[in-house]
Design a protein around this ligand. Structure first.
Ligand code: ATP
Length: 539
């Protein structure tokens, strides 16, 4: 068995390798302590990564790695350096030489790139003690990320050849001074509109991108499910990709070989496990990626939208894995547009808007706030930030709810109901503009925001007639309370559902709450014991 001294992770997209001539298709890394290049045979059977090491006649350890790119790079294209591998060395420092080459049938034909040389002091930089507080899983301080936007490929070459004197790019700040902390065992959600910077943030945490400014630290091993199939090589089989990726996670091959059958079983993709991943459906990609991520035994699991692709059975399997992870005190960072999943899974949530972290709080408050944000066309951040989260109300204003009350079966006003009893929800709204198809609705949620039930006057069979300015909408929705004992929040609203579209007219989120008491005990959110029967025989 090997004894590993250090794990090197080297990433820096600010110093990406740049092809300058010909078509390049491989990235090579040479590691040497004395500066002379190490050559090694290229294995065509295993084209993704070839590792090599030996002690030279002076007893110095030499290493080389090569990664075949799945595409050709043209002049002006660059490639992000990302490397994580186990280095067997007793040396205190090493020098890494990165370059791009063109690999032909039997040999590397030409060089055509800048060669990047990096000195790595292993003792200082990579064998560090844990500097975080032991309760903290992740801490980010003033993280910013700038991308360089080049109008044309040639702008990049021109800038490079002028040694940076002629600026050919514009700066784009995708993240601006983000600071937050995630505690160990927390499930932390990140929501935000398209392009707000969520994936960029996760890539930084997963260490596939570097922040331009700021610092962050992660306590423990991190596994990330980023964009679909990221990290998988299309030509390799699922099994080979598992080996390759676990190598990147810094897990020795004997350890992952022991887990291979479990990974295969969890992924449940049958014979496809031994077929090239380029033949996979998007669902299969996710199954393999998720199976791998949870089996590398991470302390922190990062998930970017990936689960939406899997089918329901697999999603349920993943959610039960989440629960297991949470129970084990592991930390999860989840980016998703599925607000119900955020409510159900996350302890705390952050909203990222235009690269800024604008709001952080418990999942229910943040999701309510975010829903309001989504419906507010012109977001004025300063106004939004002063809004009280427990008074969230929005809509196009064509009608306004002016009165609501809850009554029991005897029409007495109440907020306490027995399981099985009827609840009547009365609502009155003043109309200030024409609404073609007014529909009144209610949503019932648990304290932690899970939507238990929702209905509306349309679903319940009411005919809607057009209302105009000066009219009053009066509605009553009656529902049997089959909820289990507990406290539930009600959201009330009016929508206009003409022409197949649903436009929110007035919506009051979590405007009131009820308490449900139950004489018959049961488990879960609903109580079906009222009509339930049971038999037990002893034979
Ligand atoms: N490599 C890059 N070069 C230039 N701009 C980039 C790069 N990667 C991302 N961006 C830009 O940074 C911004 C944030 O992108 P990011 O993918 O992080 O957003 P997101 O919130 O994850 O979006 P979505 O919800 O659509 O996935 C976007 O404007 C995007 O165009």
């Amino acid at each position: 068995m090997n004894q590993y001294d250090a794990q090197i992770k080297l990433m820096d997209d600010q110093v990406a390798l740049l092809a300058t001539q010909g078509q390049m298709n491989s990235v090579g890394l040479f590691i040497t302590n004395i500066g002379s290049e190490v050559w090694y045979a290229y294995d065509r059977e295993n084209p993704i990564l070839v590792g090599y090491h030996y002690n030279d006649d002076q007893g110095v350890l030499r290493e080389g790695l090569r990664t075949k790119l799945p595409y050709n790079l043209a002049p002006g294209d660059s490639v992000l350096l990302k490397c994580s591998f186990i280095l067997e060395t007793k040396a205190k420092d090493v020098i890494l030489h990165w370059d791009l080459v063109h690999e032909n049938k039997s040999w590397f034909e030409a060089y055509g790139s800048t060669i990047l040389t990096v000195s790595v002091n292993l003792s200082d930089k990579f064998i560090q003690g844990n500097v975080l507080h032991e309760d903290t899983a992740i801490i980010c301080e003033n993280i910013s990320k700038r991308f360089k936007m080049y109008p044309k490929n040639s702008s990049k070459i021109k800038e490079f050849l002028s040694l940076g004197i002629k600026k050919g790019h514009q700066d784009f700040w995708a993240l601006k001074n983000l600071s937050f902390e995630v505690k160990k065992g927390e499930t932390y959600g990140i929501v935000g509109f398209n392009g707000s910077g969520k994936s960029t943030l996760l890539s930084i945490l997963a260490q596939t991108k570097q922040p331009t400014q700021g610092q962050f630290e992660v306590n423990g091993r991190i596994a990330a499910l980023l964009e679909l199939g990221a990290g998988f090589h299309p030509e390799l089989t699922g099994r080979q990709n598992v080996m390759y990726n676990s190598y990147l996670y810094g897990i020795p091959s004997y350890e992952i070989e022991d887990k291979m059958e479990d990974i295969k079983e969890f992924a449940s993709i049958g014979d496809f496990f031994d077929k090239p991943v380029k033949s996979y459906s998007s669902g299969m990609y996710v199954r393999l990626a998720f199976a791998l991520a949870i089996h590398v035994d991470p302390d922190v699991l990062i998930i970017d939208e990936a689960l939406a692709v899997g089918d329901e059975v697999f999603q349920r399997k993943c959610y039960s894995k989440f629960e297991e992870f949470k129970a084990l005190g592991k930390t999860i960072i989840l980016v998703t547009h599925d607000l119900n999943a955020v409510r159900a899974l996350c302890d705390r949530v952050a909203i990222i808007y235009d690269g800024n972290l604008i709001f952080e709080g418990n999942s229910n408050d943040v999701v309510n706030y975010y829903q309001k944000m989504s419906l507010t066309a012109n977001l004025q951040m300063s106004d939004q930030l002063t809004t009280e989260v427990n008074e969230i109300r929005y809509g196009n204003g064509k009608a306004r709810i002016v009165e609501y009350k809850l009554t029991d079966e005897l029409k007495n006003e109440s907020t306490v109901f027995k399981t099985g009893e009827k609840i009547n929800i009365h609502l009155k709204a003043e109309v200030s503009d024409t609404i073609n198809v007014p529909v009144v609705g209610v949503i019932i949620k648990t304290i932690n925001g899970i939507e238990v039930f929702g209905t509306n006057t349309k679903i319940l069979g009411c005919e809607s007639t057009t209302v105009v300015k000066g009219n009053m909408i009066c509605s009553e929705i009656s529902l049997p309370m089959y909820l289990n004992e507990g406290t539930y929040f009600l959201t009330l609203g009016i929508t206009d559902q003409s022409n197949g579209e649903t436009v929110t007219v007035d919506r009051m989120i979590d405007v009131t709450f009820i308490r449900v008491v139950s004489e018959t005990k049961s488990i879960g959110l609903v109580n079906l014991n009222l009509g339930g029967e049971a038999k037990i025989d002893v034979k």
